[in-house]
Design a binder for this molecule. Structure first.
Ligand code: 5GP
Ligand code: MG
Length: 450
C-alpha cells in the first residue's frame, strides 16, 4: 500500500505536497518522497521514514517550481530500502519523468524478465519501474499515447501520478482497485489517494477519478480520457474495512459511515447480551459505534491507545513482542472489572496481536469477552496491494473459527458474513474485490514481485 499526491500550478507546490503526504501517512510509513518541477528544471528528495522525518530543515526550500508529486510507501518486509522509495525519477528523451504508484501489478515479473532479456537495466526491485521502461520504449509520439501504450500491457492494481515536462498525468487502472481523487485549490488542480489530503490543504474535493480514466493536467486545465477497454470495477473492500482514513470519501462512500454500517450489520447478524461494547482502537472504533448504537448498548472506550508509538514495534523474542502490544494499547481496568463485554475488531489476520489483546482484557478483569469482527474470515492472499501474510499463516486457515475462539480465549466469536459486509458498502457492494475472503480473483495473476 502507498499514498500518492500531485499538484499543478501552485507557487507552494512542494509544501502542499508535503502536507498532502502528511494526511496520507496512514497509507505508508516506510519512506516518503517529493519530486518538484517548474516544467523544466526538476528537483527531488526521498528518504526513509515518515514525511515529517524526511522533509526537515530546508528540505522543502530546494524543491522549487509550481508542479509537485509525492509518495508515501507502506512497509512490507524485506524491501525497506531507499532504492525502492518513490516517486521514481528518470531522465529520458523528453527531459524527465517521475512516477508515484499505489497498488501491485500482477504481471510485472514476466514483463521484467522480458525487458531484461532485451537489455533493459533496472535500478530497483519495484514493480513500478516496469511501467517507466515501457513508457520510455513506446513508439507513440505523445506522452499520453506512450503511457496508454505501456499501461495496456500491464495487469493489476495501479493508481498513478506521473510528472513530466509541464504536465501531471493521473491514471487509475480499469478495475479501480485503489482509490484516487481529483480536487481543486483556488484553480490549481490536485490529485490524492484519499480526499482527507484535500481537507488538510484547504482544497475542494471535485470528484473521484474513475476506473480506467486518465486525467491530464497542463496549463490549459484538466482533460479526461478513457483509453482502456471497460471492465467490471473491483474496488478493494479492505480499504473500507481497515485501510482508508475515516474522514475520507472513497469508492462512492464515506469511510466513517460505511464502517459504522458494518458494525450495525454485525449487530443484526450476531447480537450479544453484554454490559458494554468496547472497540479496539483506532480501526475498530467506527464499527463498534455502529454495533453499540444498533443494539442500544453502552459504548465504552475501555482500551486506551498510546499515540506516541511509532511504526510497528519489532522485537526478536515473543515475550518482549507481547509487551510491545501493550505499549500501543492498554485496557482500563476500572471500566472492565467483572464486566461482560462485546469487543469489536475490524479484522483478524494472523491472530497473534489479538491473542495478546484478549489476554490483557482478561487480566484487566473482563468476565465475559464476546469478540465481533467487522468482516468475514481472511483466508486468501491479496495480489493487488494489501500486504497479507502467506495464506498458511492466516489464522482462519491455520485453526478454523472455533480454533481461533479457543486460541484467543473467548466466550464467543463471530465474523460478519460476506453478504452482510457487501450490504454495508456503497451500491450494495456490486463493484468490489473480495478476493481476500473468497479467493475469486478479478484479474489473472501471472507472477508478482511479492
Ligand atoms: P492479528 O490479531 O491478526 O495479529 O492482528 C489484527 C489487527 O491487525 C487488527 O486490529 C487489524 O486492525 C490490524 N491490521 C489489519 N490489517 C493490517 C495491516 O495491513 N497492517 C497493520 N499494521 N495492521 C493491520
Ligand atoms: Mg485494528
Amino acid at each position: 500500500m502507498c499514498g500518492i499526491f500531485g499538484i499543478h500550478g501552485h507557487p507552494n507546490a512542494s509544501s502542499l505536497a508535503f502536507l498532502g503526504l502528511w494526511a496520507l501517512q496512514h497509507r505508508g510509513q516506510e519512506s516518503a518522497g517529493i519530486v518538484a518541477s517548474d516544467g523544466d528544471r526538476v528537483s527531488h528528495k526521498l528518504g526513509m521514514g515518515l514525511a515529517s522525518e524526511v522533509f526537515t530543515g530546508n528540505a522543502l526550500k530546494t524543491l522549487t517550481g509550481n508542479l509537485a508529486i509525492g509518495h508515501v510507501r507502506y512497509s512490507t518486509t524485506g524491501s525497506s530500502t531507499l532504492r525502492n522509495a518513490q516517486p521514481f525519477l528518470v531522465r529520458w528523451q523528453k527531459g524527465y519523468l517521475a512516477i508515484a504508484h499505489n497498488g501491485n501489478l500482477v504481471n510485472s515479473f514476466s514483463l521484467r524478465e522480458q525487458l531484461e532479456k532485451e537489455g533493459t537495466i533496472f535500478q530497483s526491485t519495484m514493480d513500478s519501474e516496469v511501467i517507466v521502461h515501457l513508457i520510455a520504449r513506446s513508439k507513440e509520439k505523445e506522452v499520453e499515447g506512450k503511457i496508454t501504450d505501456a499501461l495496456s500491457r500491464i495487469k493489476g492494481a495501479y493508481s498513478l501520478v506521473i510528472l513530466t515536462g509541464n504536465k501531471i498525468i493521473a491514471v487509475r487502472d480499469p478495475h479501480g482497485f485503489r482509490p484516487l481523487s481529483l480536487g481543486d485549490l483556488g484553480g490549481a488542480p490536485v490529485v490524492a489517494s484519499e480526499s482527507c489530503a484535500f481537507d488538510l490543504i484547504g482544497a475542494k474535493f471535485t470528484r473521484e477519478i474513475e476506473p480506467g480514466e486518465m486525467v491530464v493536467i497542463n496549463r490549459a486545465g484538466v482533460t479526461s480520457h478513457y483509453p482502456f477497454k471497460k471492465v467490471k470495477p473491483s474496488f478493494c473492500i479492505f480499504e473500507f474495512i481497515y485501510f482508508a482514513r475515516p474522514d475520507s470519501w472513497i469508492f462512492g462512500g464515506s469511510v466513517y459511515l460505511t464502517r459504522k454500517k458494518l458494525g450495525e450489520c454485525l449487530y443484526e447478524e450476531s447480537p450479544s447480551q453484554v454490559d458494554s461494547v468496547v472497540p479496539i482502537p483506532d480501526s475498530g472504533n467506527y464499527a463498534a459505534l455502529g454495533y453499540a448504537q444498533k443494539g442500544g448498548i453502552p459504548f465504552e472506550l475501555a482500551v486506551i491507545r498510546n499515540h506516541y508509538v511509532g511504526r510497528t514495534f519489532i522485537q526478536p523474542s515473543q515475550s518482549i513482542r507481547d509487551l510491545g502490544v501493550k505499549i500501543k494499547l492498554n485496557p482500563c481496568r476500572y471500566i472492565l472489572k467483572e464486566k461482560k463485554i462485546a469487543v469489536v475488531e475490524d479484522s483478524i489476520v494472523r491472530g497473534t496481536t489479538s491473542r495478546v489483546r484478549m489476554k490483557n482484557l482478561r487480566a484487566a478483569g473482563a468476565k465475559e469477552i464476546h469478540l465481533r469482527v467487522s468482516c468475514p474470515p481472511h483466508r486468501f492472499p491479496c495480489f493487488y496491494g494489501i500486504d497479507f501474510p502467506n495464506p498458511k499463516e492466516l489464522a482462519a486457515n491455520v485453526m478454523g473459527i472455533e480454533g481461533i475462539r479457543k486460541f484467543l480465549g473467548l466466550d464467543s466469536l463471530s465474523y460478519l458474513s460476506l453478504q452482510g459486509m457487501l450490504s454495508a458498502m456503497p451500491q450494495n457492494g456490486q463493484n468490489f474485490c473480495t478476493a481476500c475472503f473468497t479467493g475469486k480473483l478479478p484479474c489473472k495473476v501471472r507472477g508478482t514481485n511479492r
